[in-house]
Design a protein around this ligand. Structure first.
Ligand code: NAD
Ligand code: DAU
Length: 339
């Protein structure tokens, strides 16, 4: 099994690389990442001398790079994590989201067709479904829920899903799609709610909560997302969409309070700030297809996972300090100097 993992220097992609190398001793991984602001090679530094791992800096929008890489390496599986992933940035400037999240996916799909890969897996998101009302806890996103994205980010992710499905229907490309809920765990870029709150709380800085903090997200430990993708690669049906989640709905205020309590910091750090434009109210995934068809279930209990995650950020301050002070960019560049 030789897998091209795009976006491997980001949060979930890097966790997936470690997961697959650990779980499948025969697996080889070729990692492609443009090292945008969200890519950090320090995350993958322990794999520098790993013979089953190769890192290539490159953009999924670049046809020559992607076609050349697939042709040279002969990867039989492509898993696409590469994307602009932050909703707030997509509200500031949607254009790079269309490039990477839509046009980049088209390049990957074309290259997969050209080289006859056995599987293209698109890592999508529950945000493609839009949101659910706060007063209807009985409602969940199923794979049949119509696409109704709210933000430029989620609109580009929904577009990519449509393209991927069209390549399955029209060209018979063996495509699978997973739509996962909010992930948490090690190596998440400290602009997202959980790592940002931890970083601010540890520095006794105000912790920003959008609006009233009543929006609900459905949290899943990143390792459980990785195991779900692994199961889909093994036994998922081409053309299918799989919802991935673990029924862990929490309001943002609950999340922030949990972090403050765990770190022994006062709730007076909570600062309510202007709400996100178009802010989705509630996400909640029905993951029953993953269970019934693939026998998958999440293993990390939210209480354990969040405690371990908080401890990880407390114990690995250098990792996120290097991001906050920008020195991770120097590290990224130093790895390519002279090449
Ligand atoms: P991230 O922002 O941490 O990482 C994205 C990675 O992709 C970075 O390393 C970046 O350098 C790379 N990248 C961006 N544009 C690229 C391009 N054009 N070419 C090559 N590399 C590029 O994101 P993440 O949170 O790890 O999310 C990974 C994927 O999972 C995304 O597709 C996202 O939509 C999806 N997803 C995320 C979550 C979540 O909670 N974080 C949940 C469900 C789905
Ligand atoms: O649902 C899956 C999605 O989860 C992924 O597709 C996205 O890539 C990922 O970034 C995440 O999107 P969210 O917008 O839900 O994540 P974020 O961490 O940015 O925000 C989580 C919630 O917390 C959201 O309701 C906004 C709120 N928030 C966020 C930040 C950064 C705050 O209240 N304060 C903050 O400082």
């Amino acid at each position: 099994m030789k897998i091209l993992v795009t976006g491997a220097a980001g949060f979930i992609g890097s966790n997936f690389v470690y997961y697959m190398l650990r779980k499948h001793p025969e697996a080889e991984i070729v990692a492609l990442d443009a090292l945008t602001y969200a890519g950090d090679l320090e995350t993958l530094a322990p794999l520098k001398d790993e013979p089953r791992f190769l890192f290539v800096r490159g953009n999924i929008c670049d046809r020559n790079t992607v076609f050349g890489l697939l042709g040279d390496t002969g990867c039989d599986i492509v898993v696409n994590f590469a994307a602009e992933s932050h909703v707030d940035r997509s509200i500031e400037d949607p254009s790079i989201f269309v490039e990477s999240n839509v046009l980049g996916v088209q390049v990957l799909l074309d290259a997969c067709r050209e080289y006859g890969v056995e599987r293209f897996h698109q890592v999508s998101t529950d945000e493609v479904y839009g949101d659910l009302p706060l007063d209807r806890p009985d409602l969940f996103f199923t794979e049949q829920t119509p696409l109704n994205p709210s933000s430029p980010y989620s609109a580009t992710k929904a577009s990519a899903d449509l393209l991927a499905r069209a390549y399955y229907r029209t060209f018979g490309l063996p495509v699978t799609i997973s739509r996962c809920s909010n992930n948490y765990g090690p190596y998440q870029f400290p602009e997202k709610l959980i790592p940002l709150t931890i970083a601010n709380a540890l520095a006794d800085r105000p912790v920003g909560v959008y609006g009233q903090g009543i929006n609900v997200r459905d949290w899943l430990y990143v390792g459980d997302h990785c195991s779900a993708i692994d199961r889909i690669l093994e036994d998922g049906r081409p053309g299918e969409v799989y919802n991935v989640g673990g029924h862990n709905e929490k309001t943002n205020l609950e999340i922030v309070r949990t972090i403050l309590r765990e770190l022994g910091k006062p709730e007076s750090l909570i600062t309510f700030v202007t709400d996100r434009a178009g802010h989705d109210l509630r996400y909640a995934i029905d993951p029953s297809t993953m269970g019934e068809q693939l026998g998958w279930e999440p293993h990390t209990d939210f209480e354990d996972g969040i405690r371990e995650t908080i401890a990880w950020y407390r114990d690995n301050g250098t990792w996120w300090h290097n991001i906050l002070d920008g020195s991770y960019r120097d590290f990224n560049e130093s790895m390519f100097r002279g090449r």
